[in-house]
Design a protein around this ligand. Structure first.
Ligand code: ADP
Length: 611
């Protein structure tokens, strides 16, 4: 009885020890996501806890190969890890047992189910007896593979084996169960490690793809800028010799260098025509390239629309007359002056009028119509912006819907008999669109083949008269307007707008002037500092990306000046980068808005800061 009690106590103690070992192993393998580390820990622990002479992990690969991937060894016995057994085949009987997740005790390896390589391997490793526990993973593999169970959803990843080499051992069932429990834990760890590895790989791949995309984009931007700069420079260089060709040609035709014959004069006239065409082409390329590479700066002046339209029409009067085309101006009497680069907008109108004459048959009409329109802005959801619309309407050949899309790209001409008749570059409309857009406006085109076309440009209006109109309207709606102070005879607040982009200048200043503020414009950081000192504005709107001195530096300098330190500053930036806000606020800005700025938000911020 005592013996039985002692034996059962011993058994309990052994069980306890094994459970503790299992817990330790589980903890250790959970700590790691590296498969190599996990396998090393497991074989080491298995060998120790089961007092084996060797523990190995055998992996079965999807291509049918198999290999010892980890080995923990008592130093007296040969190393098996680096040995290869070719054409390894396991009997179906053995595989069936493993697929059921059952461990196998082999008390005497020489009496095991034989396969040739198993014998070779047992002799090589001096193995006397062993326990083998299958490592089964949840598999999502559907292909029919010899290591993969076909019916269930388990995949035989490999086996965990403990060897006795000193003598043939009587392994206990409990020991086999423990080995199987460890193998089960190992299976989970393997699955997690491979998921982790896979996700790491995916992250790395995604990162690489992203980086490549960024690099390609940067290269593209750089290449485009270089191309435009090159075009701008080259066109400029081309104009110089062309000027002397034209000059010399003129001198020859005027017989400055002696008399010329009739035939020679004709030749000179052809040279002149071709040179002039070349010059137009180069000028247009130069303009487009300059705009694209950001080299163009607008010279904004308050412009009278009526005279601008009339002088533009005068340019094409002669051509229209020869084609018996009637020119009809429809220009309202009282129009506000608008802030535009007059030369550039004249260039736009002449381009449109020229096209209208070109593509209208004899006896047709061309109308130039001016009106004021309100357009819902995409940046302000509340207040529609006021625009001046100038439309050139012809009764010409028209343009089909599919061609309308293409027209505003450079070098696009629609094939027609009229087109072949005239020298065109296909750059005119590309230029029109870009010039209008840098003014903060847009181009509209409606056309019907055989009926005619209407090309219209919309330019933002920013004049005081409109502010009063809008203010009275909004007075009625009960909205608080800063412009009210004007009617009370007080001076409206002065806002210094530091911004170098013409389209933004046009948008901000027209909106804020319409809201009743006075605007002072600075186009770089230094200019902003100087104006702030000279005019002491009530508020500063500071763009951060500006030439000479950038906005951040300008804000810092203004805040350092005790006379200016109390002026509220709103920083505007197009680069919504992390930390930008902090940088702007640290420099001394009171508010920070990212472009595209909602004009309504801007207005509310200004109101808040000024009150
Ligand atoms: P181009 O120097 O060839 O006139 P544009 O860019 O000004 O270059 O015009 C591009 C093409 O658009 C023209 O070749 C013509 O096919 C078409 N187009 C422009 N204006 C008109 C119009 N008023 N009516 C019909 N087609 C037009």
């Amino acid at each position: 009885e005592l013996l039985i009690r002692q034996q059962s106590q011993l058994k309990i103690a052994q069980q306890l020890r094994q459970q503790q070992t299992l817990a330790t192993i589980i903890n250790k393998i959970r700590e790691s996501l590296s498969l190599k580390e996990i396998l090393a820990v497991v074989t080491q622990q298995v060998k120790d806890v089961l007092s084996g002479d060797r523990a190995i992990v055998f992996q079965l690969f999807d291509n049918g190969n198999s290999q010892i991937v980890e080995e923990s060894l008592h130093s007296n016995f040969p190393n098996l890890k680096d040995l290869n057994w070719e054409n390894e085949v396991w009997s179906q009987e053995i595989l069936d047992c493993y697929w059921q997740g059952k461990p196998r005790i082999v008390p005497d390896v020489m009496n095991d189910i034989w396969t040739e390589c198993l014998v070779e391997y047992s002799i090589e490793g001096q193995i006397k007896s062993k326990i083998i526990a299958p490592i089964l993973l949840e598999a999502h593999i559907s292909e029919n593979h010899r290591w993969v169970e076909t019916e269930g959803s388990k995949k035989l990843w490999g086996v965990l084996v403990v060897h006795a080499c000193t003598e043939a051992r009587e392994w206990q069932d409990l020991e086999a169960q423990l080995l199987q429990q460890i193998a089960n834990q190992l299976a989970i760890a393997i699955q997690q490690a491979s998921l982790f590895e896979q996700s790491q790989k995916e992250i790395a791949e995604r990162k690489q793809a992203q980086q490549q995309l960024t690099e390609t984009n940067q290269q593209l931007v750089r290449a485009t800028r270089l191309k435009d700069e090159f075009l701008a420079n080259m066109s400029h260089e081309l104009r110089t010799p062309l000027n002397s060709i034209l000059g010399m040609n003129e001198a020859l035709q005027d017989e400055i260098f002696g008399s010329i014959k009739e035939g020679q004069l004709k030749a000179l006239q052809i040279i002149e025509n071709s040179s002039r065409h070349l010059l137009t082409l180069i000028n247009d390329i130069l303009d487009v390239a300059k705009i694209e590479s950001g080299q163009i700066t607008l010279e904004l002046t308050a412009t009278e629309i009526d005279s601008l339209c009339k002088s533009s029409m005068a340019f094409i009067k002669q051509q229209a007359l020869t084609k018996r085309i009637q020119l009809i101006p429809r220009i309202p009497k009282y129009l506000p002056e608008i802030m535009i680069d007059e030369t550039r907008i004249r260039q736009v109108l002449i381009n449109l009028l020229n096209n209208a004459v070109k593509f209208t048959l004899e006896g047709g009409t061309i109308t130039l119509e001016v009106s004021q329109v309100q357009i819902e802005s995409s940046t302000t959801n509340l207040t529609p912006l006021n625009y001046l619309k100038i439309a050139v309407i012809d009764t010409g050949i028209g343009i089909s819907a599919e061609n309308i899309q293409k027209l505003f790209q450079p070098f696009i001409q629609i094939d027609s008999a009229l087109n072949r008749q005239y020298n065109g570059t296909g750059l005119g409309l590309a230029l029109v669109k870009r010039l209008v857009e840098i003014h903060g406006g847009n181009v509209e085109l409606t056309s019907e083949v055989g009926v005619g076309s209407c090309f219209a440009i919309n330019l933002p209006i920013n004049i005081g008269s409109l502010a009063i109109e809008e203010q009275t309207e909004q007075d009625l709606s009960g909205q608080p307007q800063i412009g009210q102070s004007q009617t009370e005879g007080l001076i409206s607040p002065l806002i210094l707008l530091a911004e170098d982009d013409a389209a933004n200048i046009a948008t901000f200043s027209s909106y804020l002037e319409a809201k009743g503020y006075r605007i002072l414009l600075a186009t770089d950081g230094q200019h902003a500092i100087d104006l702030a000192k000279a005019e002491h504005p009530d508020l500063i709107l500071m763009d951060i990306q500006m030439p000479v001195i950038d906005g951040l530096e300008a804000i810092k300098q203004i805040c350092l000046d005790p006379n200016l330190a109390d002026i509220p500053i709103i920083a505007l930036t197009a680069l919504a980068m992390e930390g930008d806000r902090e940088k702007c606020l640290a420099a001394g800005a009171n508010e920070y808005l990212t472009k595209p700025v909602k004009l309504r938000d801007l207005f509310l911020s200004i109101q808040k800061l000024l009150s």
